[in-house]
Every structure is written in C-alpha cells, then in structure tokens.
Design a protein around this ligand. Sequence first.
Ligand code: FES
Length: 308
Amino acid sequence: MRQSLLTAARRARKTRKPSLLSRPAALAERIERAHTLDPLVCSLSDTVVRALPAGKGTDALHGVPFGQPAHPALVRFPLGCWTSAVLLDLFRGTERAAGMLIAAGVAGTAPAAATGLADWSALHRDQQRVGLVHAACQGGAAALFLGSLTARAGGRTGYGRALSASGLAVAAIGAYLGGHLALRLGAGTSHAEQVSHLSVLGWHDLCALTELADRRPVRRQLGYLSLLVYRQGGEVSVLSDRCSHLGGPLHQGRIVVERGAACVACPWHGSTFAIASGAVVHGPATARQPSFQTRLTADGRVELRPRP
Ligand code: FES
C-alpha cells in the first residue's frame, strides 16, 4: 500500500508542470517570444532612434568613452539606494535617511533610463521584448518608491514602507530580466570573435596582394576566424569580421571617413570602427574590434598576426 502511494506521488511529481514563477528563466524565455509586444517595441524603438541621432551625445549614452556600456553601472545606484532604504525600514533606521535614499534612487533612474533606452534601441527584436518588460518593471518600481516618498511625507509611514517593499520586489524582477538580457542574450557583451584563443601565434599567410581590390572590403577566412580585409594601395588592414556589438558582418558595411581615417560602419546598427586599429569611433558598440598587424612579403603576399 505504502509502495503504491509512493509510486503515485512520484508519478504525479513527474507529470506536474512547473509553474513559470518557479522557473524564472522560462518566464524570461516566454517574454523573448512574446510577439504581442512587437507593435509597442517597434514604435518605441523608432521614437528612440529618431530622438538619438548618431553623434557624441548618443555615443556617451552607449558608454563609448568608457569602453563598456554605461547602463549596467548606472542601474546599481537606484537599486542600491532602494535596497538600503528597505533595510532601514526593516531594522528601524531613521525615517529621514530612508526618505533620502528613496529620493536619491528615484533621481538616479533618469540617467539609468536614458542609457538603457539608447542601448535598447539597437538590439535584436527578442532582446527588445525582454528589455521592454525590464524597463516597465524598473519604471513601476520607481513609481512605487515615489508613492512611498509621498506617503511618508504625508505621515503615512506604514503605507510608505509597504510601497517601498513592493517597489523593491518589482525592481528585483526587473533586475532579473536585465541579467537575462545581458548574460543569456548577450546584450552589452562583446560579440567579436575571441581572436587570441582562436588563432595560432605568429605570422599567417592570407593571400596575394593582387587578389584584393583597392578600397573594397572583402571577407577572408583564417582557420576559424572570419576577417574583414581592406586594401588601400599597398596598405592592408584587417579586422575581425564579427561586429563586437551584436556580431554583424562588417565586410558588408559601408566604408566612411571619420577624423581623416578610413572606418567601417556596421550594416546592422551603424557601429563605426577605425579600420587601421579597430577603435570604436561611434556606438552602439563599446568594445574595440580585434585587429591584426599585416606585412607584405618579398613575393607580394599578405601576412598577418593578431595585434597584441
Ligand atoms: S551588430 Fe550592431 S552595430 Fe554591428
């Protein structure tokens, strides 16, 4: 009897579907595929792209001057302030300190939202769906903390504390989705190939110089590595072909001149890299594109090796 009960319990456990809440990754994956969000995603994304033309200001929002996206660093401020405020509420800290932390956190959402929107507007659609829900959670959390501040100012401290705790819970859901976006879907990480791990040390033969048309980017393969090769007269520049932003094919990009130097603009979201060095000239990419040193042999062949 006992045995049959155990077997039935085991069978029930196997057939029971885990709820989405018990598997947050499944919930995030479902958001990735939520096509119902697309009309909102499209119109908001178009608005942000129109509001942020390419230039220094937009590059700063992406984090180009810092060499990595600015958004992940900026979101820590409101989250830290709000967590501290809720801890003060829990452990009977002063009401004034809690209020100041909440206000600072709400103020900190402005730069976090601006940088987040800039990055979000240059993502793939599945990433944008998750990003939209992430932003909605953080916006909701900010509204709850603002409500908490108002309630506290009106003397309703208990209600204010409840709103703060709710705000932190919503912010935690948003933070989870932000983590999913960055760590699972790779938003903000470099998508360029790991050149140092994929190429053998030393110089490698690429091709004859005469095989390369002048001022026309072409794709070449070196072992596992896809390369963008660009010849200007007797000079040959080589970059990893996979854009560091989201892996776009740089050999299909436009050649432009920026600050007097030849650059390649990625066909997907317009990140612009100096062809000679791989330095980021315009975002949304923030990570330098891996580049190669080249030399010509006496018999006119191009050799290359990864730039240290
Ligand atoms: S993949 Fe986005 S700019 Fe290249």
